[in-house]
Design a binder for this molecule. Structure first.
Ligand code: NAI
Length: 335
C-alpha cells in the first residue's frame, strides 16, 4: 500500500508479504530513496525476509515492513510519524510496525498515540526487567547463542574459551556481542569506522584493533559481521580465513551464490535472519506479556534451530542458507 499525506508531507509504503501465521510484523525504515521504485523494491524484499525470519524464530506472525521516503536526519517530523500511525491503524492489526534504521523508539511512541498496532515498546513488565524497547541486547544475545552453536558444530568445542572472533561493527549489537564473547573467554579482533567505538573495545575488553578493510581477513575462528550487508562477496571471499561466519548484520551474502561458495571453502555460515532474530523474538514477548525466563529460553532456541540447519546441510550436502529457506517455507506454507 502506498500512502501520501499532503498535510504532513508523508510518503510511505507498507508491504505485507505473508499474514497467514499471524499479523505481519516488521520495522519501519526511513531512507532518502533515489526513486519510488527503489523504495518499493526495498520494502518488498525486506517484508519477504521478515516472513522467513518469523517462521524460523517460531513466532505466530507473518512478515511485513514499511518505508518512509525521506532523510531521517532532516525530513522526519512528529506529524509524519502520526500520519503513518493512522495508515497502520487503517490496516486493523494486519501489520504491526516497529522501529528500524532511520526510526527510533521515540518515533514509535508517537505512532502509538494513534494506533495500538506497534511493537518494540517495552510494556510495564518488560521495563521491570530492565528492558527499554531497544531490541539490540536481545539481538546480541541471540547472536551469541548462535555463535556458540556454530563453534560446537564446526570446531567441536563446547566452550568459547580461547576461541578467536573478529567482530565487524561495534554499534548497539556489536559492542554488546563483544561483551558477551569476552565474558565467555573468547579473544576479540574488532573494527569499526568510528575510532571511539574501537578504543572502547580495546580498553574495556582487551580486543585487538584491526583496519576496517582487513577485519574479514583475520586469522580467526569466527567472523561476526555486525555492521553492513553484503560483506561476503567475490572480493572478500578469497581473503576469508575464518571457519565460521556468524553475525547479526542483515543480508550478509552479497549474492545468493555466496552461500554455496562459503560451503565449498569449508566455511560454516549461520544464516543471518536465523541468528539475528533475537530482536523480533523480544518484540513478540513484549506484546504477549514479558516474562524474562520465557524470553531467554526462546532466544536460546536460536542455537537449536541453527544446529538443526547445520545438521541438515551436512546430511544433504547443501548450503546452510538454502536449508534455512526450505525450513522456513515448510513452516509458513504448511497447509
Ligand atoms: P548500529 O548502527 O548501532 O551499529 C553499526 C556499527 O557498524 C556502527 O558502529 C558503525 O560505525 C559501524 N560500521 C559502519 N560501517 C562499517 C564498516 N564498513 N566497517 C566496520 N564498521 C562499520 O547498528 P546495530 O543496531 O548494531 O545493527 C548492526 C547490524 O545488525 C545491522 O546490519 C542491522 O541491520 C542488524 N540487525 C540489528 C538488529 C537490532 O536489534 N539492532 C536486529 C537484526 C539485525
Amino acid at each position: 500500500m502506498h500512502y501520501c499525506d499532503p498535510r504532513s508531507g508523508l510518503r510511505a509504503i507498507i508491504a505485507i508479504h505473508h499474514s497467514r501465521l499471524g499479523p505481519a510484523l516488521g520495522g519501519c525504515r526511513m531512507f532518502p530513496y533515489a526513486s519510488d521504485g527503489d523504495a518499493l523494491t526495498d520494502v518488498l524484499r525486506l517484508s519477504r525476509g521478515m516472513t522467513y525470519k518469523a517462521a524460523l524464530a517460531g513466532l505466530p506472525q507473518g512478515g511485513g515492513k514499511s518505508v518512509i521516503l525521506g532523510d531521517p536526519s532532516t525530513e522526519k517530523t512528529p506529524e509524519k510519524m502520526r500520519a503513518l500511525g493512522r495508515c497502520v491503524d487503517q490496516l486493523g492489526g494486519r501489520y504491526i510496525i516497529a522501529e528500524d534504521s532511520g526510526t527510533t523508539v521515540e518515533d514509535m511512541l508517537l505512532v502509538s498515540g494513534v494506533t495500538q498496532h506497534v511493537g518494540g515498546l517495552a510494556d510495564a513488565s518488560a521495563r521491570a526487567s530492565g528492558r527499554s524497547g531497544d531490541p539490540s541486547p536481545a539481538t546480541a544475545y541471540g547472536t551469541f547463542v548462535g555463535i556458540v552453536a556454530a563453534v560446537r558444530h564446526a570446531l567441536r568445542r563446547d566452550s568459547l574459551e580461547g576461541v578467536r572472533v573478529a567482530v565487524q561493527g561495534l554499534g548497539n549489537v556489536g559492542y554488546r556481542l563483544c561483551q558477551l564473547l569476552h565474558a565467555a573467554g573468547a579473544q576479540l579482533w574488532v573494527a569499526d569506522t568510528a575510532p571511539g567505538r574501537v578504543a572502547r573495545c580495546v580498553q574495556a575488553l582487551g580486543a585487538t584493533a584491526v583496519a576496517v578493510d582487513d577485519i574479514h581477513a583475520q586469522k580467526v575462528d569466527v567472523l561476526a559481521p555486525c555492521a553492513l550487508g553484503g560483506v561476503i562477496h567475490p572480493g572478500t571471499l578469497p581473503r576469508l580465513r575464518a571457519r565460521i561466519v556468524a553475525g547479526a548484520a542483515n543480508n550478509q551474502l552479497a549474492t545468493p551464490v555466496m552461500d554455496a561458495a562459503l560451503r565449498e571453502r569449508g566455511v560454516l555460515y549461520a544464516p543471518d535472519y536465523v541468528i539475528n532474530a533475537g530482536g523480533i523474538i523480544e518484540i513478540h514477548h513484549e506484546r504477549i506479556g514479558y516474562h524474562e525466563p520465557a524470553v531467554r529460553s526462546h532466544l536460546e532456541r536460536i542455537g537449536v534451530t541453527l544446529t538443526e540447519i547445520f545438521r541438515i546441510a551436512d546430511a544433504t550436502d547443501r548450503p546452510t542458507a538454502a536449508v534455512a529457506d526450505a525450513q522456513a517455507e515448510a513452516i509458513f506454507r504448511a497447509p
